[in-house]
Ligand binder design. Structure first.
Ligand code: NDP
Ligand code: 8X3
Length: 249
């Protein structure tokens, strides 16, 4: 039987690659994001019977509900939810950060993710489905300028682990995906559109690709149903942890 996956943030990066991986392999996909033209391109590529586009700002809880209500019948039985939509804004230390950017990260990465999960839980339980929450290594390892972004991802990881506890016995699987350095539009967004800064960050690093993350989600989603990957932390070989910092007067 054809399965259905709902991917938030499907208009770019990890989300678009996850759509491609699943749509090309026989799944129906509900693809969400703000940029309707990007979602429409996925429809044109895979067909309207394979991809249903739902364009809305995920921070708008009413728009989210309207989009969920408008999902056509063949796409309604969601087996897998990928909470991927998210962003980092800014790299300044907390004392020089922009409060509006902090609030946007919390609204998107935390509040919207929790709201989407809450609203799809009844279907996912009925379907004995799976939830993938796209967290980050930034949720486990602090770094200068990570402040609220890293904290939102710590929420995502802990929410995932707590969901597993609550969903005990339902058969629903939950995985926190925790990538490190990955080249997508992420740094372009974080720097307010600074392509040179984005290129400089990834230059010579052999970063994770969006396809790598799509492949990982595909692998985990297709594991035997008695197995749950709780946390999936992945970095490029070129990235590793550094030591603590010490200030001297
Ligand atoms: P991209 O910027 O390439 O993609 C982000 C996606 O999120 C876009 O599809 C964007 O769609 C969507 N999105 C952002 N804000 C909203 C909003 N308000 N409403 C609806 N959709 C929104 O970045 P990535 O693919 O890299 O990021 C995907 C996830 O992976 C994020 O949660 C990010 O934090 C996480 N991550 C990224 C890493 C990296 O190094 N790239 C590493 C670890 C985690 P649109 O703009 O069309 O609305
Ligand atoms: C993105 C990874 O290290 O840039 O979540 O914060 S990092």
């Amino acid at each position: 039987m054809t399965k259905t996956i709902l991917v938030t943030g499907a208009s770019a990066g990890f989300g678009a690659a996850i759509v491609e991986r699943f749509a090309a392999n026989g799944w129906r996909v509900v693809a969400t994001g703000r940029r309707a033209d990007r979602l429409q391109a996925l429809v044109e590529r895979f067909g309207a019977d394979v991809v249903h586009p739902a364009a809305f700002d995920i921070r708008d809880a009413d728009a989210m509900q309207a989009a969920l209500d408008a999902i056509p019948a063949p796409f309604r039985d969601v087996d897998v939810l990928v909470n991927n939509a998210g962003l980092a804004l800014g790299t300044a230390p907390a004392q020089r950060a922009d409060l509006a950017q902090w609030r946007q990260m919390i609204d998107t990465n935390v509040t919207a993710l929790a709201t989407m999960t809450y609203r799809l839980l009844p279907t996912l339980i009925e379907r004995r489905g799976a939830i993938f929450n796209i967290s980050s290594i930034a949720g486990s390892y602090p770094y200068p300028g990570g402040n609220v972004y890293g904290a939102t991802k710590a929420f995502v990881t802990q929410f995932s682990l707590n969901l597993r506890s609550d969903l005990h016995g339902t058969g629903v699987r939950v995985t926190s995906i925790e990538p490190g350095l990955a080249e997508t539009e992420f740094t372009l967004v974080r720097t307010g559109g600074d392509q040179a800064a984005s290129d400089a960050l990834y230059a010579g690093t052999h970063p994770i690709t969006a396809g790598d993350i799509a492949e990982s989600v595909w692998w985990i989603a297709n594991l035997p149903p008695h197995l749950n990957i709780n946390r999936f932390e992945v970095m490029p070989v070129s990235q590793s942890l550094a030591g603590l910092q010490i200030h001297r007067d």
